[in-house]
Write a protein of this length. Sequence first.
Length: 263
Amino acid sequence: MTVFALQGAARVEQVFLRALVCAVVWLLVHATPASAEAQSFDLLALKVTVAPEDLVAGNELRRWCRTRKAVDRCVEFFNELTGAYPEASGARYNAALAYIDKLPGHSLLVQAKLSTSSIAHATTIIDRKPGDWLALYIRGLNNLYWPKWYRRAGRTAVDMQSLINATEALPDSERRPYMALAYVALGDAYVLLDEPEEARRTWTRGAALYRSAELQQRLSLKPEELTQKIEAIRSRERPVDTDLAFYTDQPMRDAQGAVGRAQ
């Protein structure tokens, strides 16, 4: 078969796939037995299924699940998707975050299991792509929300310091506002490790490089209130905002309102 024939076959396959997706969408929209809620989930899930690397589509589906208290559906969906597409990082990011979405309202034992599953997805990406910013951040963030007496903050410190080392080696033109979040999280980890002076040095260093409301807020805390405030911010009782808009939006956006901020 010639190269032109192969190219033609590939184009036919793409056209067929688009037609198939359109047909499925039409059926989902016009099938009367399904409720509007079920149709919305199915349509969003279809967008992710045909493009498992699409971080934005996956984030949109998780947002839908959170607002409708249907997080279990997202956890199941993304686990199945990563099983079908094990190398699709976009699906794994969202699978890891879906477990974080499920954390509120559960016992410490259940939360530990959910967090461990989230960490496993992030680690799978890191094993394949060492230094992956988002995967390291998600893994480090998981360990930051365990109770202080678990001493998991040290693991957060390792991942966040790795991110900081990598980003500080970048030229200014390649740094992005969201990278400030590693300084926020590393400083918080130091507070939980009873190293408040190191925490303040970390936040100060980050503030010198990035405009970040969260870094400024940390630096405004008084020494006597530091531990109480950080423990409250990183409490397992508070839902975590896992929206990835901070990562997928325009690069000049300030680093605030992002993953890891308690709602």
